[in-house]
Design a protein around this ligand. Structure first.
Ligand code: UD1
Ligand code: CA
Length: 418
């Protein structure tokens, strides 16, 4: 989408989080909330993205480096209206449309961003607001409608009168504007309110008084609009995100025995007929094949690729590891930076010592190998095809076990060829 620029507001301090970390860097399932918003905006088809940063700008800038977005810094945090003003220079003289979205609403979906853009384009409105109907609208700006249901203004929670407080339609914080109308109206917004801030939301009243058309789209999914201001909001939003990810996994033909005790991060792919047993954690950047049995009590960390019909059991931790088809890793094992072949049996309590204090080193266990219980493989090391490592054996680095050989003892010695 060429004629639309997104402005993501992410400068706020997040006072209510009571944190040294900038609010938008707080994570849901291992991913900072700002990244979710950027991903949704990109997926909606917008490629020109400006992020307004301010509080903790150094740390926020760091995560933006790889995102292909423009960062502009709001020096003094004078409110969301001022934040949009800060983006004006970076926008240039473009007179196109602008999508403004808050960096603290990570559950917003690309479909919803698309629907507000579509409504904005088709109606030709000056502003199109994403709203939601909440039984408890506390904390959100309320949508005040006048005669014939036309939007008259947005009133912030702290500024709302008794009559306005009971309004259940709220401002999600995502809007489309015609940029000329937006900046003309912004110039007329004051900081005459309790927070002494320039509210972006006051633009709506200005536009309405000037008889500009204001449209709205109402979000169906109540969770999608959650704005995170506190740790409690963060916990609630994390649960909602967890459910969303889990629903997607199950829709793909995976059985999750106990969704409540299982945590699956975004960017995980799991094949059909795999069963995930209780108390399992699967982090991002993990691929699991079909017909596997994972858990209970398994932790799979990033960079893991598991084939088909693999069994990974209780108290097993995997990181940066590949496991071939039909392999079993069933009890009390740690595999890091390891490549395991097909039809391998990893005995209970096997440990790969992948870290030597300085570097992470690789372990290779080839097809059909059998690793006895309590074995320790000090990387870099290789166990050849169909080799056997005896129970309690310590294979020191560089002491590779040849194909079909049997290694026993501490440190290991080769017994015989099969
Ligand atoms: C804002 C909206 C409110 C809406 C709610 C939805 C305003 C005035 N109010 O309220 O109508 O219901 O979001 O979640 O916009 N920010 C800056 N610079 C600043 C101040 C804020 O970039 O100087 C950013 C924040 O990082 C945040 C966004 O603007 O992403 C909104 O600010 P926040 O303080 O969270 O506003 P709310 O009170 O939640
Ligand atoms: Ca907020």
């Amino acid at each position: 989408m060429k004629d639309m620029t997104a402005v993501i507001l992410a400068a706020g301090k997040g006072t209510r989080m009571k944190s040294d970390t900038p609010k938008v860097l707080h994570e849901l399932l291992g991913k900072p909330m700002l990244r979710y918003v950027i991903d949704a905006v990109k997926a909606s088809g917008i490629s020109r993205i400006i992020v307004v940063i301010g509080h903790g700008s150094g740390a926020v800038r760091d995560i933006l480096k790889t995102e292909g977005v423009t960062a502009v810094e709001q020096k003094r945090l004078l409110g969301s209206g001022d934040a949009v003003m800060t983006a004006k220079k970076a926008l240039g003289p473009s007179s196109g449309d602008i999508l403004v979205i808050c960096g603290d609403t990570p559950l917003i979906r690309k479909e919803t961003v698309r629907s507000i853009i579509e409504k904005h384009k088709s109606s030709g409105a000056s502003a199109t607001i994403l709203t939601a109907i909440l039984k408890d609208p506390t904390g959100y700006g309320r949508i005040v409608r006048g005669s014939e249901g036309r939007i008259a203004k947005i009133v912030e929670d702290q500024e709302a009168s008794l009559y306005e407080e009971v309004i259940e339609e709220i401002n999600v914080g995502t809007y489309c504007f015609k940029s000329t109308d937006l900046f003309a109206a912004l110039a007329r917004v004051s900081d005459d309110n309790r927070k002494k801030e320039y509210f972006l939301t006051d633009v709506i009243g200005v536009l309405s008084r000037n008889d500009k058309t204001i449209e709205s789209v109402t979000a169906e999914d109540k969770n999608e609009i959650i704005g995170i201001n506190s740790r409690k909001d963060l916990a609630y939003a994390t649960q909602a995100m967890k459910t969303r990810v889990m629903d997607g996994i199950m829709a793909g033909g995976v059985t999750v025995q106990d969704p409540l005790s299982t945590v699956i991060y975004p960017d995980v792919s799991i094949g059909r007929d795999t069963v995930i047993y209780s108390n399992t954690v699967i982090q991002s950047d993990v691929t699991i094949g079909s017909s596997c049995k994972i858990g209970p009590f398994t932790r799979i960390r990033p960079g893991v690729i598991i084939g088909d019909r693999v069994e990974v059991g209780n108290f097993v931790e995997l990181v940066k590891t590949r496991i071939g088809d039909d392999t079993k890793v069933k009890h009390h094992t740690y595999l890091g930076n390891t490549t395991v072949g097909k039809k391998v049996n990893i005995g209970a309590g096997t440990i790969t010592a992948n870290f030597d204090g300085k570097n992470k080193n690789e372990t290779v266990i080839e097809d059909g190998a059998f690793i006895g219980v309590g074995a320790m493989l000090v990387a870099p090391v290789k166990v050849g095809k169909e080799a056997v490592v005896g129970a309690g054996c310590v294979v020191l680095k560089g002491h590779d076990v040849p194909r079909k050989a049997t290694a026993v003892g501490v440190p290991s010695r080769i017994l015989k060829k099969k």
